[in-house]
Design a binder for this molecule. Structure first.
Ligand code: TNX
Length: 510
């Protein structure tokens, strides 16, 4: 059902409504406040981007914006330092006047003299620049319609998980995904770096993890692993786009690749073959062995040292081969190690059934049929002060098939069409997890069945845009009937960027 023949036809009233959307209505995620009006700014050959004098970071944002706009607008857009004047202005203002913008918000105004973007932080200016890109046509007359936006996110954490363990992806491929996500104001990349089928990050003190454990993947392909320098490079690349990397070392289950790399880590001390199937829940670190904690400590120390972000994700899901007592004992020690290296714990919500350390963040991956008892444990952790990131599998799992015709994908949480992934409210979704306890939303792309960039983009796009909107836009802006038109308007932008998105029939793509 891919391709043109099933798409909306010319004369279709939905297509007309998409064409009639004003640029300020198309912006995705929807801004907190947007108002078009008055004459706007026309880019011309003499237009400059002006950034705050002496501020290297804002200068870099200006350069990044210039690179993104030169192609579509065809104007040279030199970046110069300067406080006022005409052109495209990037200003930091920490005054009273901008207090309402918070840490990531921004103001954007377009008049005949200038497009002025104001924020309290560089992150806010970066988001403003992404909005500006969307206010310009994909190609053609480079004019920013007159108007004003005052914007800030609903949730602080707007994430995307990529599993590079089941199938290996290179740093270059992940950079491309970061660029695609950052333009929709996603600010967190959760890298699932280790699992039964592969260990993807070089650990200096345990070299066989990458050298042996990296050499496999689902289906028997060659796998691969990143050096720590490559990881640092990706982390820095993401940081320049205001995306924080959360590395996940999944434990005590999902550890077969590590157990196969070091026979010593197994309780019986015997070597294991690599695993290239797709079962879950069969592996466990040996909880009673001292060696296990040398391993945990070394790995978490090296990963923490290479990670400037706040969080270390220690997994903790589907530990079906670990007894409940062992699980709690193990997670206590792993959480302590995270604290020793100065990071905050994130773990899958199963940690709620053990003893989450103070400040630990739980990632909810349940679904509509998750037993009430499991939800109650998460609710109890919330009452004890823990924050939650929401990745409901039957909405936010990008590896679920859209429908029966989807090539890659799993179905254990049901089909997840575009509407289903968008039409839920993170502030009320899990009973006992009120909006005040929701740190944010994360779209998860597991890769048991995703073995190429083509498959990755097909599964992620367009659903990840809806999750970006759930994380950023105010609840009052969420409306499927409007969203499907606004999403349709993103189609030509994704095509322009060569993003191989799924042309879901729920959406009237132009
Ligand atoms: C469950 S959700 C998993 C992953 C799988 C995924 C496939 C969670 C924390 N664990 O190991 O890849 O389902 O959809």
């Amino acid at each position: 059902a891919e391709g043109g023949t099933d798409d909306a036809r010319p004369g279709d009233p939905d297509l007309r409504r998409v064409a009639e959307l004003a640029p300020y209505e198309r912006v995705l995620p929807a801004p907190a406040m947007a108002q078009s009006g008055g004459p706007g700014y026309r880019l011309r050959p003499a237009t400059v981007i002006r950034t705050a004098p002496g501020d290297d970071e804002v200068g870099r944002i200006g350069e990044l914006l210039a690179r993104q706009l030169r192609g579509p607008t065809g104007v040279p857009l030199p970046v110069v330092e300067g406080a006022g004047g005409s052109g495209i202005l990037l200003r930091i203002d920490k005054g009273e006047d901008t207090e309402g913008l918070g840490e990531e918000g921004y103001r954007l105004e377009s008049t005949p003299a200038a497009v002025t973007m104001t924020a309290r932080t560089p992150a806010g200016l970066f988001h403003a620049a992404q909005t500006l890109r969307q206010l310009l046509p994909v190609s053609g007359a480079a004019a920013v319609p007159g108007g004003r936006i005052e914007d800030r996110p609903r949730f602080a954490y707007r994430g995307a998980l990529l599993d590079i363990a089941r199938h290996f992806f290179t740093v270059e491929q992940v950079k491309r995904y970061v660029d695609q996500l950052a333009q929709y104001k996603i600010n967190t990349l959760h890298l699932h770096l280790t699992d039964d089928q592969g260990w993807r990050l070089e650990i200096e003190s345990w070299p066989m993890l990458a050298a042996y454990g990296g050499g496999s993947e689902v289906g028997g392909g060659p796998g691969g692993a990143w050096t720590m320098d490559e990881y640092r490079e990706l982390v820095a690349y993401a940081a320049e786009r205001y995306v924080e990397v959360v590395p996940e070392i999944d434990m005590p289950g999902h550890t077969h690749a590590a157990l196969a790399s070091y026979a010593d880590l197994n309780c019986d001390g015997k070597p294991r073959d690599r695993y290239t199937g797709t079962k879950v829940g069969f592996s466990s670190l040996c909880v009673r062995k001292a060696k296990t904690y040398e391993f945990v400590d070394d790995v978490l120390r090296e990963v923490a040292e290479a990670t400037p972000g706040r969080y270390l994700h220690i997994g903790g899901d589907e530990a079906h081969s670990t007894s409940a007592a062992d699980y709690t004992a193990f997670m206590d020690r792993a959480q302590k190690a995270v604290a020793v290296y100065g990071k905050q714990v994130v773990a899958w919500h199963q940690l709620a059934g053990a003893k989450p350390a103070p400040g630990a963040v739980l990632q909810w991956w349940g679904h509509d049929r998750t037993p009430a008892a499991e939800k109650a444990k998460v609710a109890a952790a919330v009452r004890a002060g823990h924050k939650v990131v929401l990745s409901p599998a039957d909405r936010a799992y990008l590896d679920m098939k859209y429908d029966k015709s989807t090539g890659p994908g799993l179905v254990w949480a049901g089909y997840v069409p575009v509407r289903r992934s968008y039409a839920w409210d993170p502030g009320t979704h899990v009973s006992g997890v009120p909006e005040s306890a929701v740190l944010g939303v994360e779209a998860a792309l597991w890769t048991e069945t995703v073995d190429s960039v083509v498959a990755l983009e097909h599964m992620a796009f367009p659903r990840v845009l809806g999750l970006a909107e759930l994380g950023w836009s105010p609840a009052t802006a969420l409306d499927w009937d409007r969203y499907r038109l606004r999403l349709a308007a993103q189609g030509p932008r994704m095509t322009d960027q060569a993003i191989g998105f799924h042309r879901a029939q729920e959406v009237p793509w132009p």
